[in-house]
Design a protein around this ligand. Structure first.
Ligand SMILES: [Zn+2]
Length: 265
């Protein structure tokens, strides 16, 4: 039944080596219309270039250009903003800046550097009039403070949301969006399901973060964009509405957030 419901994935990494053996098959699945579209998210300069190449060669794949907090130390001293700006101008398929943000869980770049590179990219998003895809892990207080100060007027999605209810409310009150992925299906994730029940459906963007974070019944395996159907299904259950209605609203959220023109079903 789900096969006929339009779905989309607003956050995937199909350019990663995890997909080297079957990327082509997945792209053909997207082309056949199983997914309305996929947003391929960049994590550093080289990868952002790959994302654009992928988007330029596939009708229903869009790209973002960004430097992940893990990689911020690699770029901080260089002219990376000029490079990002040139990337954005190089293709009409670039629909957002990111992923950018703060990650204090792994702390792979010094926090001060993460913060500066995050602020720089939010300013670039504002300058280029693009939305921002934001990654936050164990850093919600600092990240929300930065977003409050640096992102007024910019559309923001906090992707793969992993905070608590209070944090979700702050994000909604700032006018931002919450990205919900397959962790919504995890047995012990009642808190996230409660968050989804409470926040407005028109502020939710569906995603997978493939190859990471597979749904409950595939834990330990590689995730792929088609599994976003588990997210659509769980959200419609939690909201107590039909899958058709839920899908219509989530697709509309995603297309208007990224300014994507959707293929006709
Ligand atoms: Zn990601």
């Amino acid at each position: 039944m789900l096969d006929s419901i339009p779905i989309c994935d607003t956050h995937a990494h199909l350019s990663f080596r995890h997909f080297d053996s079957d990327r082509h098959d997945i792209l053909r699945t997207i082309e056949r219309g199983v997914l309305s579209f996929v947003v391929e998210v960049g994590i550093d300069l080289d990868n952002s270039r790959k994302c654009i190449e992928l988007a330029d060669s596939e009708d229903h794949v869009y790209a973002t250009v960004g430097v992940h907090p893990h990689d911020s130390a690699k770029v901080a001293t260089g002219k990376y903003l000029e490079t990002m700006e040139a990337f954005v101008s190089s293709s009409r398929k670039v629909v957002a800046i990111g992923e950018t943000g703060l990650d204090y869980y792994r702390d792979l770049s010094p926090r001060k550097v993460q913060k500066q590179v995050f602020i720089d990219q939010l300013n670039l998003a504002s300058k280029m009039k693009l939305p921002a895809v934001v990654h936050i892990r164990d850093a919600y207080d600092d990240a929300l403070e930065v977003l409050r100060d640096e992102a007024p007027g910019t559309k923001v999605v906090v992707h793969s949301f992993s905070g608590d209810m209070e944090c979700a409310k702050k994000i909604i009150n700032l006018g931002f969006y919450v990205g919900i992925g397959c962790p919504i299906t995890y047995k012990r994730n009642d808190e996230l399901r409660e968050v989804v029940r409470s926040i407005p459906l028109d502020r939710i963007l569906p995603e997978t973060d493939s190859p990471f974070l597979p749904p409950q019944e595939m834990r330990g395996k590689r995730n792929d964009p088609v599994n976003v159907r588990y997210v659509f299904s769980m959200i419609s259950d939690l909201k107590g509405i039909s899958l058709e209605e839920c899908s219509g609203i989530l697709l509309e959220n995603a297309t208007s957030f990224f300014g994507i023109r959707r293929r006709e079903a």
